[in-house]
Design a protein around this ligand. Structure first.
Ligand code: SF4
Length: 620
């Protein structure tokens, strides 16, 4: 059974899931596979998870695909349970980079894993893409291995690795894989499978959009970025490589990027084109069983989180410095049709455990549904990393009617009693979306609304490429006023980051004072983790903002990171000494009484408790 105690999950057939062993292959009538997926996550047959989604997509195009979820990479026989696939093996570390999955921002080992039955840690290796590729190469001599998913995607070029504090080579080289697919990969994977079925070898395919491959010489037309050897020793070269690569990220006009690694070259082709609405709808209409594989006997935390949620769109045009979404999903918003979403809700409603609550209708940023670039010509030549910073682009269509109408349609379905928006929302967009804002507060907050100012310092917000504190202040006032008008007691959950490049103790003191004086409390703080491939990680590694050339303060010592965090949690009694130390370190003892004395008494404003969930699976 998929989830202990699940009534609906007891009614399964082997063909409800893609095969994971010979017996299930036989139920599908298959004696062998075309493509074998190996994943670092448990197998949950749900469109929120990349490997099942891609595997179902390939099956719908006639390929025979099996999934090995969390196999024991130390035992070749564990990789051979479904035999040697005809075309290639496809490897993903899972929904998260395996190092992020395993270690905290303080580089301490985590004791849990939301993507594993029972939530237990240890079911996947460190650097899972490398370990699984080696295991497959050992189990099937000469079988081509294609790597993908967030871990491979964001490590496709030489990158800074926080866990070793070093610049590492492209994961394509370290894994000795044949081809790398980056981004959401449906188009690239389908074309790859079709070309392999026609006799091509993945390692020889050098012109596939959305892929990277190793070659012995660079193609004639491409952009060369500083070599691995240069970026590992010279911070300037590292930042230059980042800017050059980002400049080519437009799928319509970007060129291929090459980076020398010794005597070889890593060639990264331009990104795949975004999916059309009907292509996206077709993917979400595939026959997912929407349950964890029937062999699991324990609950999987990530499944519980997304079980009754809806992904309405992909992509994010925010361009926040610390976020890898644009680098993985792209900045172009790809929205499903209302019909497709309503149809998915109707499918959810048939689940015997559905109690009428849709827990989320969103994407990387909930209020970007239906947004688009209104200037087709500009879109095809645009080189901006996002569409919102420093000011929203004049071509960005922020019309909220599509989102308002979608929420209304879902709300009015007979089986639905509540619809919540749990994905984060962009505050600067809400200012221009009065209809969406009103509907959100009236019907979809569920007591708490997540917003992500991330900082309340104007200087740090600028470095993060986020709207500044004024935007948050305006939002808070409107939120409170409209909630009062609606006679609803609801609160905001402000997400904050400690230790982001550019943030000093003084900045954190200002943020803490703002929180206190506005009746806000943050219960859990995200410590900045320099994940591969982001602008903020460049700043963390080099101490310079690659786009402005300006020096940026970086809190690297554990002590400073701890003190920054303590300031955000000024109200926790155990932090008092750290708060006092922080104030002394930056010469702000003058505000000690303001920060630590008495609780804020702001008439009409409830004290808001803000929690940050350990992982925001949609976001990263
Ligand atoms: S032209 Fe403006 S709206 Fe269009 S993609 Fe570029 S930044 Fe975004």
């Amino acid at each position: 059974m998929a989830d202990k105690g699940s009534r609906s999950s007891k009614l399964h057939h082997y063909t409800d899931f893609l095969p994971t062993n010979r017996k299930e292959m036989a139920a599908w009538g298959w004696s062998d596979l075309d493509i074998l997926f190996v994943s670092g996550d448990a197998y949950i047959d749900h469109p929120a998870f990349g490997v099942p989604l891609l595997a179902r997509f390939l099956v719908s195009h006639g390929f025979r695909v099996g999934i090995l979820a969390q196999p024991d990479w130390r035992k070749p026989e564990a990789l051979r349970v479904m035999g040697r696939p005809r075309l290639f093996a496809a490897v993903s570390a899972g929904a998260m980079d395996s190092m992020v999955n395993h270690y905290t921002a303080a580089r301490k080992l985590r004791s849990n894993d939301a993507y594993t039955p029972g939530g237990r840690a240890g079911a996947r290796p460190n650097r899972a893409v490398i370990a699984y590729t080696a295991a497959i190469k050992g189990a099937f001599k000469g079988l081509p291995v294609v790597i993908g998913g967030i871990e491979a995607s964001l490590r496709r070029l030489a990158h800074f690795d926080y866990w070793t504090d070093q610049v590492r080579r492209s994961v394509l080289i370290d894994a000795k894989a044949d081809l790398l697919l980056y981004g959401m990969a449906e188009k690239a994977l389908l074309e790859l499978a079709q070309r392999c079925a026609a006799g091509e070898n993945p390692g020889q395919i050098s012109d596939l959009p959305g892929s990277a491959v190793i070659c012995v010489s660079p193609p004639e037309k491409c952009v060369e970025i500083p070599s691995y050897e240069d970026v590992s020793h010279e911070p300037d070269a590292f930042n230059r490589a980042y800017c050059l690569a980002v400049h080519e990220a437009n799928p319509y006009c970007g060129q291929s990027v090459v980076q020398r690694h010794g005597s070889r070259w890593v060639l990264v082709n331009r990104p795949s084109l975004p999916l059309t609405q009907s292509e996206l709808d077709n993917i979400y209409a595939l026959p997912f069983s929407r349950r964890p594989h029937h062999s699991y006997t324990e609950s999987i935390p990530a499944f519980q989180q997304i079980r009754f949620s809806i992904t309405s769109h992909r992509g994010c045009c925010g361009g926040c410095a610390f976020c890898a979404i644009a680098s993985h999903q792209g900045k172009i918003i790809q929205s499903r049709s209302p019909l497709s979403i309503v149809s998915e809700v109707s499918t959810i409603a048939q689940d015997l455990e559905f109690r009428g609550t849709i827990t989320d209708v969103g994407g990387p940023t909930a209020n970007m549904y239906g947004m688009r670039c209104g200037h087709p010509k500009a879109r095809k030549s645009c080189r901006r990393e996002g569409c919102l910073f420093p000011e929203p682009c004049r071509h960005l269509v922020v019309d909220d009617r599509a989102a308002v109408s979608l929420l209304e349609k879902v709300r009015l379905l007979p089986a639905v009693q509540h619809v919540f928006v749990a994905s984060g929302v962009r505050l600067d967009l809400l200012e221009r979306q009065p209809g969406y804002f009103g509907q959100l507060l009236k019907h979809h907050v569920g007591g708490l609304l997540k917003v992500a100012p991330e900082t309340l310092s104007a200087k740090v917000a600028h470095i993060m490429r986020k709207p500044g504190p004024d935007s948050f202040t305006d939002f808070l006032a409107r939120f409170r006023q409209q909630s009062r008008d609606l006679d609803k007691r609801q609160a905001v959950v402000p997400y904050m980051i400690a230790g982001h490049p550019g943030c000093t103790l003084e900045d954190m003191v200002d943020t803490a004072l703002f929180l206190k004086e506005n009746g806000l409390r943050v219960e859990q703080v995200q410590e900045f983790t320099p994940t591969p491939g982001t602008l903020a990680t460049c700043m963390y590694h080099t101490g310079v903002d690659p786009e402005t050339g300006q020096h940026v303060h970086v809190a690297k010592s554990p002590k400073e990171r701890r003190l920054q965090k303590a300031l955000l949690l000024w109200h926790v009694p155990e932090n008092k000494n750290d708060v006092l130390q922080a104030l002394q370190a930056c010469g702000r003892q003058d505000v000690a009484a303001r920060l630590l004395g008495g609780s804020p008494a702001i008439p009409g404003k409830p004290v808001l408790v803000a929690k940050r969930s350990a992982r925001r699976s949609r976001k990263k």
